[in-house]
Each structure stands twice: as structure tokens, then as C-alpha cells.
Ligand binder design. Structure first.
Ligand code: GLN
Length: 233
């Protein structure tokens, strides 16, 4: 054999929205975080090169189904609706939808959002499960209005300046956004508990390969070590 003619490695392209610390966020010129590291480890294990494409959260599933990218990984919750358009790997992490308020807010629990006569202005990130729940349970039920933002951080900024009454968002980014802003807190009651997984075009041959590698990385402790690196237990 001629070593100079070894075939080029194929590249796995991960679609994400790098506005979701500690799962994916910009650092220097690059994108880092739990998802970025798990995906890079999977690509390494399977012998692929690896690239990340950053896009709006609600562009990820269309990029996956159209074949522009190999898979989507973005702290993405497995939902029945999404399962109609994509396949998911096994879950690698749990997410909790929480509510961020200003300290001293009238909203002291999830139930307050659903009380008789409640009429709060709720911030969410477009296309996320927080958006879906708030659209159905709050806006759809006539219990309040929704402001949609492209970045969770922008929703939290809007809350900090008093434009909206609360933000529904995943717990780990919530912790980071609250730490970065004075006078905000996360309510103790949880809105929803969810499973994060990697999504693929329906019927993709990659699903089984990536899922196999993911499960090996879960079994040998690599995934937990990556999570521990970013989340203080
Ligand atoms: N877990 C949420 C969802 O899947 C939010 C994900 C995100 O904002 N990156 O909709």
C-alpha cells in the first residue's frame, strides 16, 4: 500500500446553537462545552473529523432533516413532536425547565403563573421547549403573553431591565445567566424535567454508530467526566 493515498477522513458536522452554556458556548474563536466535547469524543472514537456549525436553535432540526449537517446536539430535549421529524440517540443528560424571576417578584412558584387572573409577560428562547410549553399552557390558555428571543441570554437581559416578568429556560444555562446578572433568582419549583439527546435525520445510518459510541463513552465514565468539568456538583 501507498501511505500517501490513504483516503481522507470523513467529517461529522454537528449543528448547534452556541448560546447555551455550559452545553455549548463561544470561547475565544471556538465553540466549547459539554455537547461539543462529547461529540468530539464520539467522532474521534468512530474515526471521523469533526466540525461544529453554529445556527439559531430553531434551524437545527431543518439542517438535520435536509442533510446539511450530520446531527444536531444542543441540549436538545426529546419531545413527541420532534420525534415525528428526527430520530434521537439515547439520552446523555437531564434538563430541567426552571423559572427565573427578579428578586422580590410576585411570582414565587410555578403555580403562580397559572393562578386565576394571572397575566404575566414570559420570556423564552424561540423554538425551545420553554417556548412550546409557555405557548401552549400560558399564551394558549389566555394566562399571559410570550416574548420570544433568539438567545436565552437576551431573554434574561430583558428580565433584568424589567421588560418581562420571568424567563422559562433550562436549569444549567439559567444558573450561568443568573450568576452573570444582579438581582435575579431561580424559583425552587421545577416546570418540567426532560431528557437531552442527539438528533439525526430519520433513518440515518449514523444514528446507530453514534449511539453505540455514546453508550461506550457513558459506560467508561468519559461523559460524566466531561459533565463534571463544566458543572460543579
Ligand atoms: N432543552 C431545550 C429544548 O430542547 C432548550 C435547548 C436550547 O436552548 N439549546 O428545546
Amino acid at each position: 500500500g501507498d501511505d500517501n493515498e490513504s483516503p481522507q477522513k470523513e467529517t461529522l458536522i454537528m449543528a448547534t446553537n452556541a448560546e447555551f452554556p455550559p452545553y455549548e458556548f463561544h470561547e475565544g474563536q471556538g465553540i466549547v462545552g459539554i455537547d461539543a466535547e462529547i461529540a468530539a469524543a464520539i467522532a474521534g472514537k468512530l474515526g471521523y473529523d469533526f466540525e461544529i456549525e453554529d445556527m439559531a436553535f430553531d434551524s437545527i432540526i431543518p439542517a438535520v432533516t435536509s442533510g446539511k449537517v450530520s446531527f444536531g446536539m444542543a441540549g436538545m430535549t426529546v419531545t413527541p413532536d420532534r420525534l415525528e421529524s428526527v430520530d434521537f440517540s439515547d439520552s446523555y443528560a437531564t434538563g430541567v425547565q426552571v423559572i427565573i424571576v427578579k428578586e422580590g417578584s410576585q411570582i414565587t412558584s410555578v403555580d403562580d403563573l397559572f393562578a386565576d387572573g394571572a397575566n404575566y409577560n414570559v420570556g423564552v428562547q424561540t423554538g425551545t421547549t420553554g417556548d412550546i410549553y409557555a405557548s401552549d399552557d400560558i399564551e394558549g390558555a389566555g394566562l399571559g403573553t410570550i416574548e420570544r428571543y433568539n438567545k436565552g441570554a437576551d431573554a434574561v437581559q430583558s428580565l433584568a431591565t424589567g421588560k418581562i416578568d420571568c424567563v422559562i429556560i433550562d436549569n444549567e444555562p439559567a444558573k450561568e445567566f443568573v450568576a452573570a446578572n444582579e438581582g435575579l433568582k431561580i424559583l425552587d419549583t421545577e416546570y418540567a424535567v426532560e431528557d437531552y439527546a442527539i438528533c439525526f435525520a430519520k433513518g440515518s445510518e449514523l444514528t446507530e454508530k453514534v449511539n453505540g459510541a455514546l453508550n461506550e463513552l457513558i459506560a467508561d465514565g468519559t461523559v460524566q467526566a466531561i459533565i463534571d468539568k463544566y458543572i460543579n456538583a
